[in-house]
Design a protein around this ligand. Structure first.
Ligand code: MF3
Ligand code: CO
Ligand code: CO
Length: 269
């Protein structure tokens, strides 16, 4: 499948969808507390999407070989790598949680995720994983520029993971996004010259969404057909942005008022 170069009109549609996806996370943040079942968070986020003229891209999503996804968002706790299904199980103090939101607004998909720490007793290693994964994503994004290879993103992400003693999940990666949820290219968050064999061009839009594990990189799937966990049950973290390649560099589309502080190595540029 060819990589779609977005028109000016499509870029404007993507800006709106992506900002809304980020605002869903701004909205839910104060509700993330010990004792709250993740299904409650999911319901609130779904209501917010609908109230803002969007629908969840996740609900009922059924790629070939998968059963339809049963919730509106993915909520992945501790050793869950991605695609955690919201449930009645309450959050506990010390949990690290990824919430991944994809909205469809006027036909455009906006895809973003953040990590949240539940309560104030977060272990040193869990906090390190969350913060290092944040740096990993931003270093990957900062490697985006027209004329460069997509593999620069993978190299930049892997460098941070290695320096921090963490491993990079290989089986899942970023993806083109636009009028479809998952478009070409696939984005590996590690040095993969063969897979990341794409020269970036203005108008391309894709996600950067590294999953880093505290232990080994290997994963297993639960028999609910969706939940992905670390094989060694070590903690896993992920952050995700949707990014546009511009004439001069990149534009991060999934930003909003409530977004956490952006690393200084980006803002001082
Ligand atoms: N939002 C995820 C991504 O980053 C995909 C979730 S698919 C779902 O690509 F069906 F699990 F929701
Ligand atoms: Co994505
Ligand atoms: Co996502």
């Amino acid at each position: 499948m060819a990589i779609v170069i977005k028109t000016a009109e499509e870029i404007e549609g993507m800006r709106r969808a992506c900002r809304l996806a980020s605002e869903v996370l701004d909205y839910i943040e104060p509700f993330i507390k010990p004792g709250v079942p993740t299904i409650d968070l999911d319901r609130l986020m779904n209501e917010y999407m609908l109230a803002h003229g969007a629908v969840s891209a996740c609900l009922g999503y059924a790629p070939a070989g998968f059963t339809p996804y049963p919730a509106s968002t993915c909520i992945s706790i501790n050793h869950v790598v991605c695609h955690g299904i919201p449930s009645e199980k309450p959050l506990k103090k010390g949990d690290i949680v990824n919430i991944d939101v994809t909205v469809i607004l006027d036909g455009f998909y906006g895809d973003t995720s953040r990590m949240f720490m539940v309560g104030d007793k977060i272990s040193v290693s869990a906090r390190h994983l969350v913060e290092a994964t944040y740096e990993c994503m931003w270093r990957g994004i900062d490697a985006v520029a027209p004329g460069r290879s997509l593999n620069e993103v993978g190299i930049a992400c892997e460098k941070v993971a290695r320096a921090e003693g963490l491993s990079v999940v290989h089986e899942y990666g970023g993806h083109g996004v636009g009028r479809n949820f998952h478009e070409d290219p696939f984005v590996c968050h590690y040095n993969a010259p063969r897979e990341n064999n794409v020269i970036l061009k203005p108008g391309m839009i894709f996600t950067v969404e590294p999953m880093l594990n505290a232990g080994h990189r290997y994963i297993s799937g639960l028999n609910d057909g969706w939940t992905v966990i670390t094989r060694d049950r070590s903690l896993s973290a992920q952050w995700e942005h949707t990014v546009l390649v511009t004439e001069t560099g990149y534009e991060v589309l999934t930003l909003s008022e409530g977004y956490p502080p952006i690393p200084e190595f980006i803002t001082r540029k």
